[in-house]
Design a protein around this ligand. Structure first.
Ligand SMILES: Nc1ncnc2c1ncn2[C@@H]1O[C@H](COP(=O)(O)OP(=O)(O)OP(=O)(O)O)[C@@H](O)[C@H]1O
Ligand SMILES: [Mg+2]
Length: 255
């Protein structure tokens, strides 16, 4: 058992010659939100897939819910995937079900009688919280990308998971929608305090959410610490990254 909810210990992962993760270690405690940042192709999505067993590491240990999942079977991972839900970029909603039916789906398929009674109420509360009530009877194809993502988050919460993984929740939408989805995630963090990992390029969202930041550069952990520590880092690469988003003064002004 690990005291951490999620942990990577010296994880290596390559695809043929492409060494994606090289000795990656980090942890996320129960109830915390960690943000994974880094440039495109650095292995952020691969890291999330390793946690859920969609990919296997070449070496190292991966801890989920305090347990080492190395060598787990698909059956064991299917239990993990109920406790840890992933919000995919695409939303991965059922096209033929309405918004309300999509959100109700995990509650209904769980099939616990007393939960069935509460299902309607739960779905209503989630639609309200994610601000998608007005779309209840519409199909996903009627919705914009940002709204679909809000519905996908509501559906993930309907599973009542211990933890949520978000893969770039605020990309591919306009800035106003990105801010809206970001604010919803911040609201959920405050309300539910579920252990979360958020992969994002959005430094403004990262600052609002992160109890811990994992910054990947060329397959390695270039930084692991709090947001404040990140902003105080003297590493030129990290300073440049933050300065570009005007989170810290431009480099020449601090020289
Ligand atoms: N199933 C796979 N088979 C082969 N190569 C893969 C596979 N999945 C990912 N890769 C490679 O691993 C590297 C990391 O991919 P990953 O999707 O984790 O990047 P990322 O950090 O999420 O980038 P982005 O910000 O663009 O989403 C890339 O070079 C990618 O081509
Ligand atoms: Mg990715």
């Amino acid at each position: 058992m690990s005291e951490h909810y999620f942990e990577f210990r010296n994880v290596f992962k390559a695809f043929d010659d492409n060494e994606v993760l090289k000795d990656v270690s980090f942890f996320v405690n129960q109830g915390e939100t960690a943000v994974i940042m880094g440039r495109s192709g650095v292995g952020k999505s691969v890291s999330l897939k390793l946690l859920l067993g969609f990919l296997q590491p070449d070496s190292g240990q991966i801890i989920v819910a305090g347990k080492d999942v190395a060598g787990w079977t698909e059956k064991q991972f299917s239990e993990t995937r109920r406790r840890v839900t992933m919000v995919f970029q695409s939303g991965a909603l059922f096209d033929s079900l309405t918004v309300k039916e999509n959100i109700a789906f995990p509650v209904e398929t769980r099939g616990v009688a007393e939960e069935q009674e509460k299902a309607e109420q739960t779905v209503g509360e989630l639609m309200k919280m994610l601000e998608v009530e007005q779309y209840a009877n519409q199909l996903p194809s009627d919705l914009g990308t940002g709204t679909k993502r809000a519905v996908a988050i509501a559906r993930a919460l309907a599973e009542n998971p211990d933890a949520i993984l978000y893969d770039e929740p605020t990309t591919m939408v306009d800035p106003i929608m990105a801010a809206h989805v970001g604010d919803l995630i911040v609201k959920l963090k405050k309300q539910f305090k579920k252990t979360s990992i958020v992969v994002t390029h959005d430094t403004h969202l990262g600052r609002k959410l992160a109890d811990r930041v994992i910054f990947l550069v060329e397959g390695r952990v270039a930084f692991f610490g709090t947001w404040q520590e990140l902003e105080n880092s003297q590493d030129p690469f990290l300073r440049n990254f933050l300065a570009q988003d005007e989170l810290i003064p431009a480099l020449d002004a601090t020289a």
